[in-house]
Write a protein that binds this ligand. Structure first.
Ligand code: ADP
Ligand code: ZN
Ligand code: ZN
Length: 766
């Protein structure tokens, strides 16, 4: 017997669960995941519809009492929705949280906003009719009717709003003329176009300006992926191509191929700061049949774009991770640019990763999935190396764009030579040079949210956890804490390594950097891009286009400035403190640093053009650091991805960190500190006894043992937010399903307890 778990189509707000039905013999071959079906529901067996989100042979209840599916009601509209609901069920299982939380993510149009409606009034009457009626209205002194009919006689059609506002003619008059058959009102729905005026003009200017022929490398990738698509090979693809190797052009060409085959594509990009440039390049190729969404669009604007997709009015949707849930009727490809970006992971429950979710959605839709990056995540690259993904290498920049020259400056030496400032001598000298030639500079401060590691500015010493091999963080209790296992050690005033007093936290903001740069170079103009200067809609675009138009000599900013922007006049990139991300206290910190440094270096000298006085615009990069020997820094300076990967995988292997195993982070939050600690301790116990049970069970059955390692509880990296205390527990295992099983046990446990006031959140492979 086969059973189907069904999401019922009524007020899902109240029903946070699926319902199980039997699949009758006659429907066996037709019911599939995502099918829209009708079923009897409740005591009265009222017939309602629902979507099948899971198929199983295991009955949930007494099979005798389980009701049967009545019929299948699939149509073109229901299929994309059905797929998204299956995806929601998968997300709930894979990432935790409630079904409603997952449904809200995949069906974001819960509160639909009506598209803007325009009413066009059109004259229908013949000339003869007109003459008769004008006479009649005149005779009866029906001036409003007269005014309207005369105006329409001249123009033929008019916007209803204009009629009421300019002619002062109201709805009842229009209605009565309609009834007489003299005029008709046509309702046109128009969608808000999120592409702002300036961008639209730019796209228009670019239109038809296809770049010259694809290079051999580009063509090889496009041809291979499309021919694999035609052959039905749906293994995901990873394009590892250095910055400037022409990946975006590859995406556009592949998608064009998919569209020619009658399918649609989703183009994922990591951050709203990237949207502008990408959208312009896509609009130039696809015209009106491309749209985009991002988090700063209004609900109405976003809803409109999804509606356009559903109705087949567009072929390409560009956007951040939420663009995945575009209800395309025939999705053919998902492309994920800058695959390694952290913004692809949701920070709210369910904490889904767009990479895994896209792979699942592609599988459900029969679509191809293609990722691209200059610095693939260790996860993705390992899958490519082990054959789960198809790997494509694009090692060369498009002709002329040479890789920049990178200098690593040892800040310990600068200190020894008496320079306590934020700019090293090398960087200052190069800045001087660029400014005198009228070229542009970018200064990058990689502050990653919260970093409070302690370092010695004299010898580069960093406090690390002896158990977890990650850097320790300084807390307000003056102790150094490990965010994984909770290990603490007191902070001393002198460096344990060299005895110097230059040991302490590193705290400098972009604002401070801007002030110091202005002091050092009073004649240069600066512009700053960080969280503070990009709060409003349109801020990104304003700053980027100001810098592109050379309204400033120096752009100072956080990681926002290093991603994907192409400024031909930038010939110098200064990375002020590479260490800030190197010691952020988690197992990904080296990976993040390598990425940021490589991407930042890729920003300089992207162009082969020639500057003032015939000077060739070559790129130079200065990396300032206290750890010049660190492998992430060394590999980034040489743009050596493979070298970095080998070292990093070895490090992950020692600690059993992902991707060489999986890791579940359980965060317990509570207003009451004691209760938070208690819940965390209990959750830790649950995890440990779950682990023991599984261990014994696999021993009994003679299967491979299923080791799980439970670490903590400890204070979270941010141990208190808005007066809510936060504790974390980490569980490691090679088997993802084992961790998902533990998550289910903890969730069921919490549901059963009325007194539980706090919150428990799950984050897989954090
Ligand atoms: P990536 O996405 O890998 O960083 P892009 O696609 O942005 O690279 O390409 C880098 C630059 O090279 C862009 O200015 C782009 O217009 C240009 N370009 C890409 N492909 C070609 C080509 N086949 N011929 C000439 N220029 C190209
Ligand atoms: Zn020291
Ligand atoms: Zn530790």
């Amino acid at each position: 017997m086969l059973y189907a778990d069904i999401i019922i189509e009524i007020s899902t707000e109240r029903l946070d669960r699926t319902f199980q039905y039997k699949i009758p013999e006659a429907l066996k071959d037709e019911v599939s995941l995502g099918s829209l079906v009708s079923v009897p529901f409740g005591r009265s067996d009222k017939v309602i519809t629902g979507y099948v989100v899971n198929l199983t042979t295991k009955p949930e209840f007494d099979p005798q009492k389980t009701k049967e599916i009545l019929e299948i009601k699939d149509d073109n509209r229901s299929r994309p929705v059905g797929r998204l609901l299956v995806l929601a069920e998968w997300m709930k299982h894979h990432y935790g949280g409630t079904l409603i939380q997952s449904l809200k993510v995949v069906l974001p149009k819960k509160t639909p906003v009506k598209p803007v409606e325009n009413h066009i009034v059109r004259l229908k009457a013949t000339e003869e009719e007109l003459r008769v009626h004008i006479e009649e209205f005149d005779r009866r002194h029906q001036v409003a009717r007269l005014r309207l009919i005369r105006a329409l006689a001249e123009t033929g059609t008019m916007d209803k709003r204009l009629i009421t506002q300019k002619l002062g003619v109201g709805g009842p008059v229009i209605k009565s003329l309609c009834e007489k058959g003299l005029i008709e009102v046509e309702t046109q729905t128009s969608y808000r176009n999120p592409l702002a005026g300036g961008a639209r003009d730019n796209a228009e200017a670019l239109k038809g300006r296809k770049v010259s022929e694809l290079t051999t490398d580009q063509k090889r990738v496009v041809d291979s992926i499309l021919s694999r698509y035609d052959a039905g090979d749906r293994k995901p693809s990873l394009i590892h191509g250095v910055t400037g190797s022409g990946k975006t052009e590859v995406y556009i060409d592949m998608i064009e191929g998919i569209v020619k085959r009658g399918h649609q594509a989703i183009m994922l990009i990591p951050e709203i700061s990237l949207t502008y440039q990408t959208v312009i390049r896509f609009t130039a190729r696809f015209g009106e049949r491309v749209s985009f969404i991002h988090s700063k669009l209004s609900t109405g604007e976003r809803y409109d774009q999804f509606l356009r997709a559903e109705r087949g009015e567009i072929d390409v949707m560009i956007g951040p991770r939420s663009a995945l849930f575009t209800p395309f009727p025939g999705l053919g490809m998902i492309v994920m640019d800058e695959e390694h970006e952290t913004s692809y992971k949701s920070e709210q429950m369910p904490k889904y990763h767009a990479r895994e979710t896209a792979e699942k959605l592609a599988e459900l839709s029969g679509a191809a999935f293609v990722m691209g990056s200059a610095t693939p995540s260790v996860e993705a690259y390992r899958r490519a190396r082990t054959g789960r993904y198809e790997l494509y290498e694009m090692p060369e920049r498009i002709a002329g764009g040479e890789l920049p020259v990178v200098y690593t400056v040892d800040l310990r030496k600068e200190l020894a030579e008496g320079n306590k400032g934020i700019l090293s001598k090398k960087l200052s000298a190069l800045m001087e040079d660029r400014l005198s030639h009228g070229e542009q500079i970018m200064l990058f401060l990689n502050r990653r949210g919260y970093s409070s590691f302690v370092t010695c500015r004299k010898c580069g010493f960093v406090y690390k956890c002896p158990h977890c091999d990650v850097s320790l963080s300084l807390h307000s209790d003056k102790k150094l804490h490990c965010h994984y296992c909770g290990y603490t050690t007191p902070m001393r005033g002198l460096c344990p390594e060299c005895g110097s007093k230059y040991i302490g936290g590193m705290r400098a903001g972009t604002e401070q950097v801007e002030r110091l740069v202005r002091e050092a170079f009073p004649e240069a103009s600066t512009i700053r891009m960080d969280n503070d200067t990009t709060r409003k809609k349109g801020d990104y675009e304003r700053i980027l286009s100001a810098f592109a138009n050379e309204e400033a000599d120096i752009l100072i900013g956080t990681q926002m400035i290093v991603k994907g922007h192409d400024f031909p006049k930038v010939t110098l990139m200064g990375i002020l403190a590479a260490d800030m991300s190197l010691f952020s206290g988690d197992y990904r910190s080296s990976e993040r640093t390598f990425e940021l440094l490589t991407q930042a270096a890729g920003r300089a000298g992207r162009s082969s053009s020639v500057g003032a006085g015939g000077r060739r615009l070559l790129g130079e990069v200065v990396i300032q650091t206290y750890s010049p020997e660190n492998y992430a820094v060394v590999a980034a300076a040489h743009q050596d991805y493979a070298g970095f990967y080998e070292e990093e995988i070895a490090y992950r292997n020692i600690g059993s960190y992902p991707p060489l195993g999986h890791m579940l982070q359980i965060t317990v939050e509570d207003k009451d500190e004691k209760r938070a600690a208690l819940t965390a301790a209990k959750t830790g116990e649950t995890a440990r006894s779950f682990s023991d049970q599984r261990q014994r069970a696999s021993e009994r059955s003679g299967a491979k043992p299923a080791p799980m390692q439970v670490i903590g509880p400890a204070d979270a990296a941010i141990s208190k937010i808005n007066d809510i205390y936060r504790k974390v527990i980490y569980v490691k295992s090679e088997d993802y399903e084992l961790l998902a099983g533990l998550k289910d046990v903890i969730e069921a446990d919490r549901m059963g307890r009325q007194d539980f006031s706090g919150r428990i959140e799950f984050d897989f492979d954090p």
